[in-house]
Design a protein around this ligand. Structure first.
Ligand code: HEC
Ligand code: HEC
Length: 488
C-alpha cells in the first residue's frame, strides 16, 4: 500500500478518531479530500456493481474510501433446516445437568451458548468433578464451526481418506522433512509435513461422537464412574421416550449402545443447529459486500494479512475458499508457540508437569515423536474476542496480553516470561529445555530477535484487535448495502 492510497483513506472515515494512525493521516490530508470523495462515489458505484471488472488499484481505493469490500464474494453457508428428531434429543442431552456426577454440570456449563459455546467465565480452566472442586487441565475451546474440522493426520493431505491407524509411521517419515514457512497470502512452497486436524487442543479424538464421551467420564469434568452409570441416568431421563422412539425399546438393555447413540445425538445437534455455525460476523458480511469496515478494522485486516507485519493469516487463514466456503481463521495445523507457563494451574506446582500437546501427557499415541512436543492446534479466531481466556493453558485473559506475546516473545522476553531466583528470564518456561528447538522461530512475527524492532506498534495492535472483533457472530448487516448488492 502506498502513501497516496493511505492519504485518501481518512477523509470519509466514520471512526478515524479510534485510530491514531488514521488521525495523523487525516491531518496531513487538507486538499484533495473532496475531490477524492467525489471520485470515490463514482468509482464505488462502478466497482461495487461490476467487481469482476474493477482494476485492483481502483478496488483498493474504493476499499480505503468507503470501507466496503471492492470484490464481494458469495459465501456458501450450510442450509438451515429444522432439527431432526436425533438432533433434538442431542440438544436435551447437551443441557442435561443430571448426567453429571455432581448433578450440576452439563456440556453447556463449559460450552455456553451465550459465549460462543466456550467457557462462560475467565477462569484459566473450569472446575468440575463430583463436587465441582477439581481443576480441569485446559480451557474449553469454542464448539463452533467444528463441523469443518478435518480428521487428525500427519502429512500433506487434509486427510479425509487418511486412516489414522499409522500415525507413528507418518510421523517418522515426516521428521526429516523441512517444515514449510507460513507466510500470509502465500501457498506453502513444500507440502506441509505437519500434524493437522482433530479435536481437542492436541487432536487426540476425531469425531464429535467419540469426543463427547470424554467429558462424561473425565473425573475432573462430569465425573461419571462408568458407562453403565451414564446409561442408567439416560434411561431415567425426561427424554427417555425419545430414545425408545428413535432406537426401539431394546436400546435400554444395552448400556454401551445407549450411551453411544446418545453421544451420536449430541454430535448431530452440533452439526445441525445453525447456532454452531451461523457465519453472521461483520467480516462475513463485509466479504459479501454487506458491511463496511471502519478505518481501524480495515487497517487491522491489512496488518493481519501482511507477511512482513503481524502475519496472523499465515496460520489463521482469512480468505474465503475457492468454493465460497467462509474462512475459518485456522489452517488446522499445529505449532509450538512457547506460551508461558500458567502458575494459576494447580498441576504446575509439580515442576515435572508439562502439558506438551501432541506428545502428551493427555495424548499418548505420539509420545515418542518428540519433534511434536509443545505443539497445539491453531484455534479458530472466530468469536475469540468474546473469550476471557486464551491459549491451551489459559495463561492470558485479554487480547492485549496475547498481542504482547506475539510482538515481544523473542524481542523483549523479560516482558513475557518471569525471572528465576537468579534473576534470569525463563524464556519458553512451559516446555522442557530439550524440546525448545520445536518452538516456531521462523514465521513472522516470531522471526525477530532480541532487541529487534517489534513488528507491530501500539496503534497496529489496537487496530488488529478491532479487526478481530469483526469476527464475532451476531452482527446486523446494513440493509441498505444489502439492497445495493441485489444481483444485477
Ligand atoms: C468441565 C468442563 C467441560 C464439560 C462439562 C464439557 N467439556 Fe467439552 N471440553 C472441555 C475442555 C477443557 C476441552 C479441551 C480439552 C483438551 O483439549 O484436552 C473440551 C473440548 C471439547 C470438544 C473439542 C473442541 C475442539 O475445538 O477441539 C468438544 C467437541 C466438546 N468439548 C464437547 C463437549 C460435549 C458434547 C460435552 C457434554 C457431553 C462437553 N464437551 C462437556 C471442557 C468441558
Ligand atoms: C505460526 C502460526 C501462527 C501465527 C503466525 C499466529 N498464530 Fe495465533 N495461534 C497459533 C497457535 C498454534 C495457537 C494456539 C497456541 C497454544 O495454545 O499453545 C494460537 C492461538 C491464538 C489465539 C488464542 C485463541 C484461543 O482460543 O485461545 C489468538 C487470539 C491468536 N492466536 C491470535 C493471533 C494473532 C492476532 C496473530 C498475528 C499477530 C497470530 N495469532 C499469529 C498459531 C499462530
Amino acid at each position: 500500500m502506498n502513501e497516496s492510497q493511505n492519504a485518501a483513506v481518512s477523509a470519509p472515515s466514520a471512526d478515524a478518531s479510534s485510530s491514531g494512525a488514521a488521525n495523523r493521516r487525516a491531518r496531513r490530508l487538507v486538499s484533495g479530500a473532496l475531490a477524492a470523495m467525489c471520485a470515490a462515489a463514482g468509482l464505488s458505484v462502478w466497482a461495487l456493481s461490476a467487481p469482476d471488472q474493477t482494476p485492483a488499484p481502483v478496488g483498493k481505493m474504493v476499499e480505503q474510501l468507503t470501507g466496503a469490500n471492492p470484490n464481494p464474494v458469495h459465501l456458501v453457508r450450510p442450509a438451515a433446516a429444522p432439527l431432526s428428531a436425533m438432533a433434538q434429543l442431542g440438544k436435551q442431552i447437551f443441557y442435561d445437568q443430571t448426567l453429571s456426577g455432581s448433578g450440576k454440570m452439563s456440556c453447556a456449563s463449559c460450552h455456553s451458548a451465550e459465549h460462543a459455546y466456550g467457557p462462560p467465565n475467565g477462569l484459566p480452566v473450569q472446575m468440575g468433578g463430583p463436587s465441582l472442586t477439581l481443576q480441569g487441565d485446559r480451557p474449553p475451546p469454542s464448539l463452533m464451526y467444528l463441523y469443518r474440522q478435518p480428521n487428525f493426520s500427519i502429512g500433506p493431505d487434509q486427510g479425509d481418506t487418511e486412516e489414522a491407524a499409522n500415525l507413528t509411521q507418518a510421523a517418522t517419515a515426516a521428521s526429516g522433512v523441512a517444515r514449510a514457512q507460513k507466510t500470509a497470502g502465500v501457498a506453502p512452497a513444500a507440502p506441509a509435513m505437519v500434524p493437522q486436524g482433530g479435536l481437542f487442543w492436541d487432536g487426540r479424538v476425531d469425531t464429535l461422537q467419540a469426543q463427547a464421551i470424554g467429558p462424561m467420564l473425565n473425573p475432573t469434568e462430569m465425573a461419571n464412574p462408568s458407562l453403565e452409570a451414564i446409561a442408567g441416568k439416560l434411561s431415567h431421563s425426561s427424554y427417555r421416550a425419545a430414545f425408545a422412539q428413535l432406537f426401539g425399546q431394546a436400546i435400554f438393555d444395552n448400556p454401551k449402545m445407549l450411551v453411544s447413540e446418545a453421544m451420536f445425538a449430541v454430535a448431530r445437534y452440533q452439526f445441525e443447529d445453525v447456532s454452531f455455525h451461523p457465519y453472521t460476523s461483520k467480516y462475513d458480511y463485509w466479504l459479501e459486500g454487506k458491511a463496511r469496515l471502519t478505518q481501524a478494522e480495515l487497517h487491522g485486516l491489512q496488518l493481519f494479512n501482511d507477511p512482513q507485519k503481524a502475519n496472523c493469516a499465515g496460520c489463521h487463514l482469512s480468505k474465503p475458499g475457492k468454493d465460497g466456503l467462509p474462512p475459518m481463521f485456522t489452517d488446522y495445523q499445529y505449532e509450538a508457540l512457547g506460551v508461558p507457563r500458567n502458575t494459576a494451574l494447580a498441576a504446575t506446582k509439580n515442576p515435572k508437569y508439562y502439558d506438551m500437546g501432541i506428545c502428551g501427557p493427555y495424548r499418548t499415541d505420539l509420545s515418542k515423536q518428540t519433534q511434536y512436543c509443545g505443539m497445539f492446534l491453531t484455534p479458530t479466531l472466530r468469536n475469540s474476542s468474546t473469550r476471557k481466556v486464551f491459549f491451551h493453558n489459559g495463561v492470558y485473559h485479554t487480547l492485549d496480553e496475547v498481542m504482547a506475546f506475539y510482538n515481544l516473545r523473542d524481542i523483549d522476553p523479560a516482558k513475557i516470561y518471569p525471572r528465576d531466583a537468579h534473576g534470569k528470564v525463563t524464556k519458553y518456561n512451559d516446555l522442557p529445555a530439550r524440546y525448545r528447538a520445536n518452538i516456531d522461530k521462523s514465521d513472522a512475527p516470531f522471526d525477530r530477535k532480541f532487541g529487534d524492532k517489534p513488528s507491530m506498534t501500539d496503534d497496529d495492535i489496537r487496530d488488529i484487535i478491532a479487526f478481530m472483533k469483526t469476527l464475532n457472530d451476531g452482527y446486523q448487516p446494513d440493509p441498505k448495502m444489502a439492497l445495493d448488492q441485489k444481483p444485477q
